[in-house]
Design a protein around this ligand. Structure first.
Ligand SMILES: Cc1cc2nc3c(=O)[nH]c(=O)nc-3n(C[C@H](O)[C@H](O)[C@H](O)COP(=O)(O)O)c2cc1C
Length: 182
């Protein structure tokens, strides 16, 4: 038997009506509680400048593009490092090891000054003046490519200029605590 397309297809049913109920806006606490389930690696973003090195702990970092090599970081607009990073035009992502919890805490503590933060971790100036940690699990130095507004954060994209990695276990942020992978 030959199957034939009917000359006229029956009309499609009416699309479902747009919901009239407005989805309630989640509270900041609910939003944080839900995203606390999302594990993330922990890095320290570093930059340089007339006032010396500056850096902050960041978990909102991810790859963006392979060709060209781009990554992105989301930085709180209140971060004192953000203006310095944008002013200098370069930054490095230092991926922390499982045993670098103290470094992560220092670079996240608003009460710890930049000099004290950097005194905790052996570091050097690498290619294009990027500040990289000697003991980082991996690092990438970037030129700031673009910035985009992201609510109370700024999305900073970086064009990767140099990079390096070793072997080891990463530090992970999950459920508001520092953990390893196991
Ligand atoms: C595990 C962890 C991850 C964090 N991730 C980010 C992040 O992705 N972006 C950000 O702006 N702040 C992040 N923070 C908060 C900053 O590290 C913190 O606000 C820091 O004091 C900013 O320093 P600054 O004001 O000297 O730049 C994170 C903190 C912790 C503990």
């Amino acid at each position: 038997m030959t199957w034939r397309l009917p000359a006229a297809l029956p009309p499609l049913p009416d699309p479902p009506r747009a919901p009239t109920a407005v989805f309630p806006r989640p509270s900041q606490q609910e939003f944080r509680d839900v995203l606390a389930h999302l594990p993330a690696g922990v890095s320290v973003l570093t930059t340089d400048g007339a006032h010396g090195p500056a850096g902050l702990t960041a978990s909102a970092v991810c790859s963006l593009s392979v060709e060209p090599p781009l990554l992105l970081a989301c930085v709180d607009n209140r971060s004192r490092t953000l203006a310095r990073l944008l002013d200098h035009g370069t930054f490095a992502v230092n991926v922390l090891r499982r045993d670098q919890t103290d470094v992560a805490r220092a670079f996240a503590d608003p009460g710890t000054g930049q000099d004290d933060r950097f005194a905790m971790v052996p570091h050097r100036r690498a290619e294009q003046g990027a500040i990289v940690f000697d003991d980082a699990l991996a690092w990438l130095s970037c030129r700031v490519q673009d910035t985009f507004p992201g609510g109370d954060h700024t999305i900073v994209t970086g064009r990767v200029q140099a990079l390096s990695h070793t072997h080891g276990e990463p530090l992970v942020w999950h459920q508001r605590g520092f953990r390893g992978l196991a």
